[in-house]
Design a protein around this ligand. Structure first.
Ligand SMILES: [Zn+2]
Length: 409
């Protein structure tokens, strides 16, 4: 039994000031007034206790890409490094790739998810920024890996190249490891794919797409309930052409991801989206590339491309935006400062709402009986400690800096 004492606890219904949060057997056993001493107290005076951050869209950190470096253990290594940023659960995220590379990645995600949190963040299943996206809105994704949704009876190979059917077969073979699949609903047979994927328990997300409002609406009617990095890699919201962005903003039951680095989306547009959707309809994501956490100019991989730390984000050699370099603790600070959310609402966007999207509504909230996945922040919202399943897996006093040995070049 451990008691975290003296902080303000950020609960779903509001703040509990000068509180004690009791952890017992991996779960939250009590939240109440912090008077008295128990002999197992950890002083958190002047700080905040928030639910552990959950990132539904992250490609890597500290030089490791969860897809490109999957065979070298990147999924587990990224899970081990994320608690220093307050992350207690995440969806390792791929880009369009070959069926063989996808299978290696999904096997690693499945194994890490089955192992449970071993001193790091929980792996909550994969997010596939899949092969089934629009070439016109692919961003940094490799054009040669894009495919159309499979036709009935389609072969796994055509002219020596893999087909959409081969990708779907790989997803089927690793069904339990795949949580979210991003696709462009305007592609031929995309609505059939939405129906098939949702029927097998996957969450379909709309993104990397030039879909019209009607095309997006049809996909939502077919079961799509998530949107991949709202506003980025889709046509802009326009009053006579609402498009995909307008469709997902207007639809109840669709959770919109927003890259919360203050660069991918202007803070004012973040406020617009949060007002439209409510705090239960927006998940703050990093969309962090493997170069996140590295110094300016450092390089790493995204799929088989080389990316580098640019002035504001991760970039390909030609300057194409290739994800962010932000982290979830910085996203939380941005929501409270630049976007102007309350601490309670910021915790919803960084923990509660993404936990639900990840299929784990038991996570992402500080309440008695729920798993003790939480972050102790200082008065300036910097991470002091991160706890997963009642175990302290990161303590800034144990060394807040990344040692060179931990960073792959
Ligand atoms: Zn991404």
């Amino acid at each position: 039994m451990v008691r975290l004492r003296g902080a303000t606890v950020v609960c779903p219904e509001g703040l509990v000031t000068d509180a004690a949060l009791v952890i017992d057997d991996g779960r939250i056993a009590g939240i109440g007034p912090g008077t008295g001493a128990s002999g197992h107290d950890i002083a958190c005076d002047g700080g905040w206790i928030v639910p552990g951050f959950i990132d539904t869209h992250i490609h890597g950190v500290h030089g490791m890409d969860v897809l490109a470096d999957a065979a070298a253990g990147a999924v587990a290594a990224v899970a081990a490094r994320l608690p220093r940023y307050g992350v207690t659960g995440f969806l390792p995220t791929s880009v369009a790739c070959s069926p063989d590379d996808l299978a290696i990645f999904l096997a690693a995600v499945g194994a890490a998810a089955a192992d449970g949190p071993a001193g790091g963040a929980r792996v909550l299943g994969a997010h596939l920024e899949s092969n089934f996206i629009s070439a016109g809105f692919k961003g940094a994704q490799p054009a040669r890996c894009l495919r159309l949704p499979p036709a009935p009876g389609e072969a796994l190979e055509r002219d020596g190249a893999f087909t959409g059917a081969a990708i779907l077969a790989t997803i089927d073979a690793h069904r339990g490891a795949v949580r979210i699949v991003t696709l462009a609903p305007e592609l031929p047979r995309a609505l059939d794919l939405v129906t098939r994927l949702t029927g097998r328990g996957h969450r379909v997300s709309l993104g990397h797409s030039g879909a019209t409002y009607d095309e997006a609406q049809a996909a939502i009617a077919a079961g799509a309930c998530h949107a991949t990095h709202l506003f980025n890699r889709m046509p802009p919201l326009a009053h006579r052409a609402p498009g995909l962005a307008g469709a997902v903003l207007a639809a109840d039951g669709v959770t919109c991801e927003i890259v919360a680095d203050g660069y991918h989306v202007h803070p004012a547009m973040m406020r617009v989206a949060i007002r439209a959707k409510g705090r239960g309809g927006v998940a703050a994501i990093t969309d962090a590339a493997a170069v996140a956490g590295l110094p300016p100019g450092a390089t790493a991989r995204l799929g088989d491309a080389t990316i580098r730390v640019g002035a504001h984000c991760a970039e390909l050699a030609d300057g194409t935006i290739a994800g962010s370099i932000t982290t979830m603790d910085a996203a939380f600070r941005l929501l409270v400062t630049a976007v102007g959310l309350s601490v309670v609402d910021a915790a919803h966007l960084t923990a509660t709402t993404p936990a639900a999207a990840a299929g784990r509504p038991d996570l992402g909230r500080l309440a008695v009986g729920h798993p003790a996945d939480l972050v102790v922040l200082d008065a300036g919202f910097r991470v002091r400690q991160t706890w997963v399943a009642g175990r302290c897996v990161w303590n800034s006093e144990g060394g807040g800096a990344v040692s060179p040995a931990e960073v792959r070049s």
